[in-house]
Design a protein around this ligand. Structure first.
Ligand SMILES: [Zn+2]
Length: 152
């Protein structure tokens, strides 16, 4: 009998199979909504998934049962792992980095209003399964720092 799942003896606490980070819990609804059709159903039958945020790691979702979904298995670009200008930071309303650069704080006001009115669907649109507002704020803050460095 093989004991392949007891390599580290800490069932359920193992990190990302590629980079070893713990990752954040993410719901099965999120994984199921964002997995490509080609992904086998058996990989989507697990209860507890985690989301790996390590930028250099190709794994997006993993589960202790040995489940591993990589960037190509997910139908949207994951901004934590892809820093292109056309990659969305807000998946519900399509705010890419390029669009955020153009709209600045106005984007936060708009998305904040929609979130308050519960017209967002972060749990099935955002690969992290979480609200994007924190990501948007971080991005705009980083942008301000860049600009003030360029123009003292
Ligand atoms: Zn990883």
């Amino acid at each position: 009998m093989e004991m392949c799942c007891e390599v580290d003896g800490a069932a359920g606490r193992a990190g990302c199979p590629s980079c070893g980070q713990q990752g954040r819990p993410v719901s099965r609804a999120t994984v199921g909504a964002l997995a490509r059709l080609e992904v086998e159903a058996s990989l989507l039958a697990t209860k507890h998934y985690r989301f790996c945020e390590t930028p250099t790691c190709s794994v997006v979702y993993f589960a202790p049962e040995g489940v591993r979904l990589e960037r190509d298995d997910v139908c949207v670009a994951v901004h934590q792992k892809d820093n292109g200008p056309g990659v969305p930071l807000c998946y519900c309303f399509g705010y890419t980095r390029a669009r955020l650069v153009g709209e600045g704080e106005g984007a936060i006001a708009f998305v904040g209003g929609e979130v308050k009115a519960r017209r967002c669907a972060c749990d099935v649109k955002n690969p992290s399964g979480r609200c994007c507002l924190g990501d948007l704020r971080r991005f705009l803050r980083a942008m301000e720092v860049d600009q003030s460095e360029e123009a003292p």
